[in-house]
Design a binder for this molecule. Sequence first.
Ligand code: ZN
Ligand code: ZN
Length: 554
Amino acid sequence: MTNSETKACQNCKKDFTIEPDDFVMYEKFDLPSPVMCPQCRIKYLLAFWTFGRFRIAKSALSGKTIITVLPESVPFPIYDRAEFVSDEWDPLTYGKDYDQSRPFIEQLVELQSEVPHPHQTGIKNFNSDWTDDTWESKDAYLTRSAFLLESVNYGYRVIGCKNSIDLTFCWYLERSYDCFFCFKSYDLKYSFNSRDCLNGSFLYDCRNCQDCFMSWNLRNQKYCILNQPYSKDEYEGKLKEYNLKSRETVEELKKEFWQYVKNDAIHRQNYNTQTVNSEGNILTNDKNCYQCYFIEDSENCRYSWRGRGKEIIDVVSPFDSEKCALCALDQFGGYGNVCNLYTSSCRYSAYLDNCEECEYCFGCVGLRKKKYCILNKQYTKEVYEILVEKIKSNMKKSGEWGKFFPLSSAYCGYNISLAQMMFPMSKEEAIKFGAKWEENVEPHYENITSGDDLPDTIAEVKDDVIKQRILCPETKLSYNITKEELAFYREHNIPLPRRHFDWRTLDRFKPFSLMITPQKGTCYFCKKKIEHYYSPELGFEKIACLECYQREVA
Ligand SMILES: [Zn+2]
Ligand SMILES: [Zn+2]
């Protein structure tokens, strides 16, 4: 076994360690050891994950109107997804011969800029055109990364939610609003990290609670305000004292809520559940995972983010992927792949972009159900094997082998990628990193209202607000209120949002961008040394080791 090795990161210059287990895995994939630290590697891969702005465009094949989050700056033609998977065009007509006098990745990127890409991923949706990466959903609107939704607006990473607005990273919520990392709840508002709750607002780390308000770390409680139980009548009377119809009140309460989360709530040293021998945060049901985040039902994963897999290293958004390395969005049972981007159900392949159900393909773009192709050219098995060996050996000699696609070939600029969400950079920093930057192309509107000038309470809002274009003072992006949305706000007594929906999503997600770096600390209760994940910027007072958290809270 190779000993651990400490190197300086090529990007941030900080020292990082390559562990013996890392060497074992890289050797299995025939990959060189990494030149960047784990965090820079993740930043790099996350920069390929589009969190783009919805826009109306035309399919380059048929002229059909499409809604896409791919920016206008992409070099390739965009096809409507149904047309992309049809027989109306043939990606093999873009095939190129390998030119051994030039770097392979350069040839691949050239091909990538020519071959059409689908306008979005996601299928089996009904009345959900304004979505991206959304699957089997009905009436979803301006929503991304979603599955099994019914009537959800402005969702991000949502599963099984119904009749809700402004949910981020929530599963199985109903009639809920403005929640983050909440699960299996009904009528939940302004809450974070809560589960199995009913009729709650401003809840943090509550489980199985009913009719609770501005509370934290509660288990199986009813009628609590500031963690104090009341009778039903007292509770209802006290709640009436808050003018929740007012945006100003809600904003004040949100600030108050965060003060309690910071100063009074007890935080478990990590957000992991049912993990064995694993390191990282926001892990669920994982075994032998190392430096992983947002990973569930997984085994033997290293430096991987969001999704599930087995024996993977440096992978972002795996989905039932196995034995894959250095991939971004290589999904749906990807097996034995290296350096793939936005592919699904491919096996034994490397350097693919946007391919589906391919096997033994190398350096291809936009292929479906193909075998033995290189640079979108069909070969026989024998010729394929010889040529791949030759390309790999040339790439190894030039130091190209094991490098991912260049950042310049990402579909979007850093600022509208998931990397910006987790590791925000300024334009200058992103460009120095090698990434692109997307300029704001918001059209000019006459008669636009500033979000700050919207009525304070929902009671003052007139029906014609749905005809108004609203300018977000924070992002300078415009948005509007839909008829269904207005009905929801009126029914739930929610004041109109004064910021653009993307700003709201990013703002909600922000705490997690501060929970992805291991920190050395001590347990607030027993003073034992612990490793936790709360950045000092969060200002959390009471961080507890697992034992103390169990005793104090659960
Ligand atoms: Zn680094
Ligand atoms: Zn402790």
